[in-house]
Design a protein around this ligand. Structure first.
Ligand code: ADP
Ligand code: MG
Length: 388
C-alpha cells in the first residue's frame, strides 16, 4: 500500500525525523489559512498524489505571498497531474500540502528497501539527490552507496558512518543525520515497509538536515497488524477494479495488455502471463482465483476481467486440484449467463473431474475454444488478438 507525502511526513514526525513545517488542505481557502497561521514566507504548495515526479510536472510551486498560495492551491486542486510516474492518464489532485520553503544548500538521496537476494535490508544513499534516482542508478551507479544490514542485528554505528561518508557529510551535519537514519530504520522495520525513500534529503543553508520529500510503501501482507496505517488508505488512488477484486478476496492486478486471463494459483498465473508474452501477446491482468475458489468467485473474477474495456480475449488456465474442473466450469457458465461474455474464451483445463468439467462447457453452447495444453492455449489466444 502507498500513502501520500503528507501522511508519510506525519509518521516521520512521530519518529522524530525532521521535516519542514506544514499542513494539508483540500480547498484553496484552507490552504491560504494554513499559510497565514504558519506566518512564514516563502511557502511551497505541493500536489498530493501517489506518484513522484511532481516537481517536473507542475505539482510543486514556490510562493511569496498568501494570495499566491490560494491561487496555486486553486490551480492544483482538481487538476489532472501527469508525471513520468502516473502514466499518460495522470492522477487527479484532491489535496495539497502547504509547507515552509527551505533554502537548500545540497539535495541528497536516502532510502531503505528489503533486498531479497541477500536477505538483508539495504540502505541506499547518494550525493546526487533531488533528481531521477533511476537514471543515476542506470548511468552512474557508482554514485549510489549501498549498505547491507542484517535484520537480526539491526542498524549499527558503523552502518551509519558508512552512510554519512557516502553522503560526504561534514561532522556537524553527520551528528544530526545519524539519529535520523536510526529512526528511519526503526520506522521501516516496525511498520513492515517495503520502501522508505527521502528524495531529496536536504541540507539547508543554515546547516540543518531534513526530509523534504517522503515516500513510504507498506507490505500489504502485514497490514493486518498496522490498523493505524490502514486509515491512511486512499481509495481514490487505487485501481477501481483492484478494489472490487479485493472485496471478493481475488488477487487481481490490472495491466496494460488485451489478453484477460484467469488462473488458479499465483505461480501458475505468473507462468501463464509469461507464456502469453512469449506467444507475442500482452496480458491485461494478473488474476489468481485461489486454490479453494467456488463457482461464485470464478464468476466474479470473469466479471472483473470483462469490465476492463481493453480485453479482447480471455484465457482460462486451470489446474484442477482443490478447485475441481466441474466447479470451475459451472462458474464459467454462470458468469456467461449473468454477465454475457462477448469476447472469445480459450480454455486450458486439467486435473480433478476433467471429463465432467469439459462436458459442462461443451454442452453450455458458449462456443468456447479448447486448448490441448498451455502452449497451444497461448498460441490460440495470440492468434485471436492479432486479428483484432
Ligand atoms: P517530487 O519528487 O514528486 O518531484 P519533491 O517533494 O521531491 O517532489 O519536490 C521536488 C523539488 O521541489 C525538490 O527537489 C525541491 O527542489 C523542491 N521542493 C520541494 N519541497 C520544498 C520545500 N519545502 N522547500 C523548498 N523546495 C522544495
Ligand atoms: Mg521527490
Amino acid at each position: 500500500m502507498k500513502i501520500h507525502e503528507y501522511q508519510a511526513k506525519e509518521l516521520f514526525r512521530r519518529f522524530d525525523i525532521p521535516v519542514p513545517a506544514g499542513a494539508v488542505a483540500s480547498d484553496p481557502e484552507t490552504a491560504r489559512q494554513i499559510a497565514r497561521d504558519m506566518g512564514v514566507l516563502p511557502l511551497v504548495v505541493k500536489a498530493q498524489i501517489h506518484a513522484g515526479g511532481r516537481g517536473k510536472g507542475g505539482g510543486v510551486k514556490v510562493l511569496r505571498d498568501l494570495n499566491e498560495v490560494r491561487t496555486a492551491a486553486a490551480g492544483m486542486i482538481g487538476m489532472n497531474l501527469i508525471t513520468h510516474q502516473t502514466g499518460p492518464d495522470g492522477k487527479q489532485v484532491k489535496k495539497v500540502l502547504v509547507e515552509q520553503a527551505l533554502e537548500i544548500a545540497r539535495e541528497l538521496y536516502l532510502s531503505i528497501v528489503p533486498d531479497r537476494k541477500s536477505a538483508r535490508h539495504v540502505v541506499m544513499v547518494s550525493r546526487a539527490g533531488g533528481m531521477d534516482i533511476e537514471q543515476v542508478a542506470e548511468k552512474t551507479p557508482e554514485q549510489i552507496t549501498k549498505i547491507y544490514i542484517d535484520p537480526l542485528l539491526g542498524i549499527q554505528a558503523f552502518h551509519c558512518r558508512q552512510a554519512a561518508y557516502g553522503l560526504d557529510l561534514p561532522p556537524a551535519i553527520s551528528q544530526q543525520f545519524v539519529p535520523m537514519l536510526r529512526s528511519l530504520y526503526k520506522l521501516f522495520v516496525s511498520y513492515d515497509c517495503s520502501l522508505v525513500e527521502i528524495n531529496p534529503l536536504v541540507i539547508t543553508t543554515d546547516g540543518k538536515i531534513l526530509a523534504l520529500d517522503a515516500k513510504i510503501n507498506f507490505d500489504d501482507n502485514a497490514l493486518f497488524r498496522h490498523k493505524d496505517i490502514l486509515e491512511y488508505r486512499d481509495l481514490n488512488e487505487e485501481e477501481l477494479l483492484e478494489i472490487e477484486a479485493s472485496r471478493y478476496n481475488l488477487n487481481y492486478i490490472k495491466m496494460d495488455g488485451n489478453v484477460g486471463n484467469m488462473v488458479n494459483g499465483a505461480g501458475l498465473a505468473m507462468a501463464t502471463m509469461d507464456i502469453i508474452k512469449r506467444a507475442g501477446a500482452e496480458p491485461a491482468n494478473f488474476l489468481d482465483v485461489g486454490g479453494g475458489a467456488n463457482a461464485e468467485m470464478v464468476e466474479n473474477g470473469l466479471r472483473i476481467i470483462l469490465s476492463d474495456k481493453n480485453v479482447k480475449a480471455i484465457l482460462i488456465n486451470i489446474f484442477g486440484g482443490i478447485l475441481r474442473c466441474d466447479v470451475l466450469s459451472n462458474g464459467v457458465v454462470q458468469a456467461a449467463k449473468n454477465t454475457g461474455i462477448e469476447v472469445p474464451v480459450v480454455v486450458r483445463m486439467e486435473g480433478t473431474n476433467i471429463e465432467e468439467g469439459r462436458k459442462i462447457l461443451t454442452e453450455s453452447g458458449l462456443g468456447l475454444i479448447f486448448a490441448a495444453d498451455l502452449k497451444d492455449a497461448a498460441e490460440k489466444i495470440a492468434k485471436i488478438v492479432r486479428k483484432k
